[in-house]
Design a binder for this molecule. Structure first.
Ligand code: HSE
Length: 414
């Protein structure tokens, strides 16, 4: 019998409890192993008094220690006290499963090393992509590959907001409110809308894919707070959608990773992903491009990923955390390859701005699309790397008629 302790009983925690209860007999028959989830740690007991299984709840961490669990499932979120609790159990050789992307993105390397030293498992499938089994695929099924790219729509809240803005012309704030009500958004949605949540998930995936110690703090991160209706309209003009994409590339020991709003062809796999759905495209040298799509947030999809880890643990799969991340790489802050860009130039004199644009990009492939208003131009620049592009956009910005410039990567050009 495996004794399980659950740390946290929010949306995901209650989903995990539900799945453990629902599958108890089936799992017992299949693996001839029982599971007992008999202790649940919460901050305050009051909210749970009416639950049938209230006697399992405690607000005292010492009760969890005294229970001597074989497996601890951490779904509290945040860094502390989750970090201290997880360290405690790993140091004592107890297997830990967590859904905590903030913690893994920050301390994953340290905690995996601790697990290794103490013969414990640390599993964290639910930290990226909710119900999509992407981490297991990278570490197990696709082990025969060297990966050179990750492209992902990996934050459900922002995908939901952008979908509403695109399909229903809904204002940003109204769409965010619905995402919060539906339970996708973080308690502080800044992490979602500013791209930090996607950045953490990208760092976790990229570390595993390239076996490098990728800290999310090295990533240039831009969210969706500056996306305006005209950006959505411009994307539509190009048969695209604005998506918040987490992308990384790794080649010749050089890493580039970023979270940024990009124009994605509306009929491509990532372009077709709407609402809270997540999608990840990996490129491996053996498998080529491979896509994973599914629900990236919510109670049962996330609990499904936790539960998969739990089954590995109760089967005593001694798949020890064999990944070791090294720091042997350089990183760049701009996209290191040539690509196609959509440029929006706003200002007061369309004719002057057009002339200046043509002059600045005289050596590049430039196409000026029709703008939507008398003060905005939409231009397409091809076969240009981002560093060159930014230098030229800075020149353009010194024109007194230009008030604002935005550039969006056109993803399908990569
Ligand atoms: N806030 C996250 C999202 C939840 O919107 O994707 C799942 O990590």
């Amino acid at each position: 019998m495996k004794k399980i302790a659950l740390l946290g009983y929010g949306t995901v925690g209650s989903g995990v409890y539900e799945l453990v209860e629902k599958n108890r007999d089936r799992i017992f028959k299949k693996y001839n192993k029982g599971m007992a989830l008999d202790k649940i740690l919460v901050r305050s007991l009051k909210r749970y008094e009416t639950l049938e299984h209230y006697e399992l709840f405690t607000n005292d961490f010492e009760d969890i220690i005294a229970y001597e669990p074989d497996v601890v499932i951490e779904v509290m979120g945040g860094i502390e006290p989750a970090h201290t609790y997880i360290r405690h159990f790993l140091e004592n050789g107890v297997d830990v499963i967590t859904a905590n992307k903030d913690l893994i993105a920050e301390y994953g390397g340290e905690l995996l090393a601790l697990a290794r030293e103490n013969g414990a498992l640390l599993k964290y499938e639910a930290s990226v992509g909710g119900g999509i089994p992407i981490l297991k695929a990278i570490q197990e099924s696709l082990r025969g590959n060297h990966f050179d790219g990750v492209q992902a729509v990996i934050n459900g809240t922002t995908n939901f907001i952008l979908t509403k803005m695109h399909n229903e012309d809904m204002p940003y704030k109204d769409a965010l409110k619905i995402a919060q009500d539906m339970g996708f958004a973080e308690s502080d949605p800044t992490s979602d809308v500013c791209g930090f949540d996607a950045g953490r998930k990208l760092a976790i995936m990229s570390s595993l894919a390239y076996e490098k110690n990728i800290k999310w703090s090295i990533l240039p991160i831009e969210g969706i707070t500056e996306i305006e209706p005209i950006d959505i309209e411009n994307a539509k003009l190009l048969a695209s959608k604005v998506k918040l994409v987490a992308m990384s590339r790794y080649e010749d020991n050089r890493f580039y990773g970023a979270v940024r709003p990009v124009f994605v062809n509306a009929s491509s796999p990532l372009g077709l992903l709407d609402n809270e759905f997540n999608g990840v495209q990996l490129t491996g040298d053996a498998v080529g491009a491979i896509h994973f799509l599914g629900k990236g947030a919510g109670k049962l999809p996330t609990a499904s990923a936790v539960y998969g880890d739990l089954i590995d643990v109760i089967q005593d799969i001694k798949l020890r955390p064999d990944v070791q991340f090294d720091n042997d790489f350089t990183s760049t802050k701009t996209l290191p390859c040539k690509a196609k860009w959509a440029i929006r130039v706003s200002g007061t004199n369309l004719m002057e701005m057009t002339q200046c644009l043509t002059y600045v990009f005289i050596d590049n492939k430039l196409r000026i699309e029709k703008g939507h208003s008398s003060s905005d131009i939409l231009a397409i620049i091809e076969e240009t790397n981002e560093e060159q592009l930014i230098t030229k956009l800075n020149m353009l910005f010194s024109n007194p008629y230009v008030e604002k410039i935005k550039h969006f990567l056109i993803l399908d050009s990569l």
